[in-house]
Write a protein of this length. Structure first.
Length: 320
């Protein structure tokens, strides 16, 4: 019955696309069926006229102010898995941020940068705040009327190292970016946010078309069969690990320091260098972490240079 229904839908889709007859080709049939389903979900797209008028107002402001404006557009979409979206549309040269706590049924993904900045110095946290407020002054916000969406509006993502001045690490002391594309869900609500640069020369029709294309691509990513695979631990080589006795000694030393009121809390970490003959797959690694540690925060930060900092933590260090 299901295959018959699909065949009927494909024939209907063929008529809608000008009578194209390519049902004998499996790939063409799949593409036609996707087009048919996509046309049945047009109600998910934001109002074209209303959104175009919003972008016109942004462009007019960029002319009057003499600087680029940011149009932050939030749209409710069907529930998708942000990790699958990361797998499909992210590129190594993009800034990326991913955070998920599976037990609480919430996740957020940020890809690419509409705006980015790097700062250094002991006052880098304050400088980051100043940068954010400066850009927010030129940010216009559009959301669908009468809809309450989680994580709607512009969100800036920041990476900070422990060092005031950038070290040999591939990550700067402080990185701030406003993602070009953001996908997040909480419970049953899923929100897509686009942060677009608008200046006097940008073609608004092309910009709007790109927006609709990304909404469709991201929405469809949630309907794609996931190719996430489990990790093969036999391919990893543990090249260095601290000895148990050394770690015990470090614990004793830490306890003495706490008892002497030199510290109130110390977190000891065991550094292990892992070598693999095969390239590490970030998405598969994150999927493995969320499967193994559903109570933890699963996170990943990418610096746009191909380097990633990812892991799982049972606690949230800061909440703003």
């Amino acid at each position: 019955m299901l295959s018959r229904a699909i065949a009927m839908n494909l024939k209907s889709c063929s008529r809608h696309l000008g009578g194209l007859s390519c049902l004998d080709h499996p790939k063409s049939a799949i593409l036609l069926y996707m087009a048919y389903l996509s046309s049945s979900h047009t109600d998910r797209l934001p109002n074209h006229k209303e959104l175009y008028q919003f972008l016109v107002a942004c462009q007019q402001a960029s002319v009057e102010k003499g600087c680029t404006q940011i149009a932050s557009i939030s749209v409710e979409i069907p529930r998708v898995d942000p990790l699958t979206v990361l797998q499909i549309i992210a590129k190594p040269e993009h800034f990326q941020f991913y955070l998920e706590k599976r037990k609480e049924n919430e996740s957020i993904l940020a890809i690419d940068a509409a705006i980015s900045a790097e700062v250094e110095g002991i006052n880098r946290f304050q400088h980051a705040k100043t940068v954010i407020h400066r850009y927010l002054k030129d940010t216009w916000i559009w959301t669908e009327q009468q809809k309450r969406m989680s994580f709607a509006g512009p969100h800036f993502f920041c990476f900070f190292t422990f060092f005031a001045v950038t070290q040999e690490s591939q990550f700067s002391s402080a990185t701030i970016f406003l993602p070009r594309w953001q996908v997040a869900y909480r419970k049953d609500s899923c929100t897509f946010v686009a942060n677009l640069q608008v200046d006097p020369s940008v073609n608004l029709k092309v910009l709007l078309k790109e927006l609709y294309n990304h909404i469709s691509e991201i929405t469809w990513s949630g309907h794609q069969p996931s190719s996430l695979t489990s990790l093969n631990y036999s391919q990893f080589i543990n090249s260095h690990s601290i000895k148990a006795e050394s770690f015990k000694s470090a614990v004793v030393s830490a306890l003495k320091s706490i008892h002497a009121n030199q510290f109130s809390k110390i977190v000891l970490a065991n550094a292990i260098d892992i070598v693999s003959h095969q390239p590490f797959n970030v998405v598969n690694s994150l999927d493995n972490l969320r499967q193994r540690y559903p109570d933890c925060y699963i996170f990943c930060a990418s610096n746009g240079k191909g380097q990633n900092f990812l892991g799982a933590s049972p606690e949230r260090l800061i909440s703003i």
